[in-house]
Design a protein around this ligand. Structure first.
Ligand SMILES: *Cc1c(COP(=O)(O)O)cnc(C)c1O
Length: 422
């Protein structure tokens, strides 16, 4: 199947007389005829459901659709993108381990890594995604367990050189984890470029309608845990909490990572997505292949309009010829990148504030990447506590405006920007 078809059909095929739509299994628990039947589930000897804190059929159907879209072997949904990124690393790294991450990642992920996961004893080295080979090489340590980056960084709009980072990770015997939230599997499939694990904040384009917070993890099924058994004991040695099964042996390359993540992390942390939310997420995914080209087409026109306007100081959009990441975007995302643009006005911070007050179509919101055009001035909202100097050091200058172009008629979006600039 092509991706357009997968968006509609993957993950669920009803049998004779069954519901056409993915059913919402709104149940905390599942019934068994005998204790032996249930016991097999608790030993991971049989597959099935027993409690929605770990797994739910609705979630699994939607996760299977996402796994198909990404070209992976297995997937799971989580309650948020934050939970997905946390699990993707905590599933293979523990106290005393180390991760190499691109520095240009989403602020929430940066805080998760740099503050909260450090408290858990996991160390991080943040590297400039355009650093030299020597710098990248120097970032690795004997206890490094993974490399992490975002296909298109939120909000820096840096395009990640997936192939290069995959090669470096594999040379050190560790997987590459890629957060593919902004590109979506419609525009880029990181696994095809060498990534091993893909994560998503499904809150953004996948849901696409501002309706549900959620996350997903997809395994590419290619990373050979047993070939690096000493680095990943959690996958390659017996789990006593499941009668001594060894995930990499029992579930193989394609299933070990997600099975362990579900059986241990979801069991213990319970960051499950509600089945109702998974149902809504699925509705969003059904139209993803239609929405993404429209987001990109609209954003392209808005970026071109902004870059030709004499009140605008600068525009960053990887789809614009001349953008620092234009060539790399053409390689990884020839059909389009995403709908998010950042720009600055010649009048700086004060002009940004006045401009935003006058917008009528584009609404001020902290959200990005959904059907509604929305706009944010970080210096005046999410990054309000920082001084201008600190803002510049963090790559989010006082004049930076982040515009997430929706799927409205682009003429209305441009007319709105035009009158607000005037
Ligand atoms: C929003 C976002 C997250 C966090 O996702 P939530 O669903 O808000 O928890 C992670 N990564 C990227 C790239 C994001 O844009």
């Amino acid at each position: 199947m092509e991706r357009e078809t997968m968006c509609i059909q993957a993950g669920y095929s009803p049998k004779n007389g069954e519901s056409r739509m993915i059913p919402i299994i709104q149940s905390t628990t599942f019934k068994y005829d005998t204790s032996e039947d249930m016991g097999k589930l608790f030993d991971l000897e049989a597959s099935g459901y027993f409690y929605t804190r770990l797994q739910n059929p609705t979630n699994d159907m939607v996760a299977a659709k996402l796994a198909a879209l990404e070209g992976g072997t297995a997937g799971m949904l989580t309650s948020s993108g934050q939970a997905a990124n946390f699990f993707s690393i905590f599933n293979i790294a523990t106290c005393g381990d180390h991760i190499v991450s691109a520095s240009t990642i989403y602020g929430g992920t940066f805080n998760l890594f740099n503050v909260t996961m450090r408290k858990m004893g996991i160390d991080f080295t943040f590297v400039d995604p355009d650093c030299s080979d020597e710098e990248l090489e120097k970032a690795f340590r004997p206890n490094t367990k993974a490399v992490f980056g975002e296909t298109i960084a939120n909000p820096a709009l840096v395009v990640f050189d997936i192939e290069r980072f995959a090669k470096a990770a594999h040379a050190h015997g560790v997987p590459l984890i890629v957060d593919n939230t902004f590109a979506t599997p419609i525009n880029c499939r990181p696994i095809e470029w060498g990534a091993d694990i893909v994560t998503h904040s499904t809150t953004k384009y996948l849901d696409g309608h501002d309706a549900t917070v959620g996350g997903a993890i997809i395994d590419g099924g290619k990373f050979d845990w047993m070939a690096h058994a000493d680095k990943f004991p959690g996958l390659t040695t017996p789990d006593e909490s499941y009668h001594g099964i060894t995930y990499a042996e029992k579930f193989g390359l394609g299933g070990a990572f997600i099975t362990k993540c579900t059986a241990q992390l979801m069991r213990d942390f319970g960051s499950i997505q509600a089945p109702m939310n998974a149902f809504l997420l699925n509705l969003g995914i059904e139209s993803l292949a239609v929405r993404m080209p429209r987001h990109c087409e609209n954003a392209q026109k808005v970026a071109e309009y902004l870059s030709s306007n004499d009140k605008v100081a600068w525009v960053t959009y990887p789809g614009l010829p001349g953008d620092k990441y234009y060539e790399r975007a053409q390689k990884y995302m020839p059909n389009g990148t995403c709908g998010v643009i950042s720009f600055g006005l010649k009048g700086g911070r004060a002009a940004a504030e006045a401009f935003m007050k006058n917008l009528k179509v584009a609404m001020i919101a902290t959200h990005v990447a959904d059907a509604h055009t929305c706009i944010l001035h970080p210096a005046n909202s999410t990054h309000r506590q920082l001084t201008d100097e600190e803002l510049i050091a963090g790559g989010v200058g006082p004049d930076l405006i982040r515009l997430s172009v929706g799927i409205e008629n682009v003429n209305d979006i441009i007319a709105d920007i035009e009158q607000a600039l005037a």
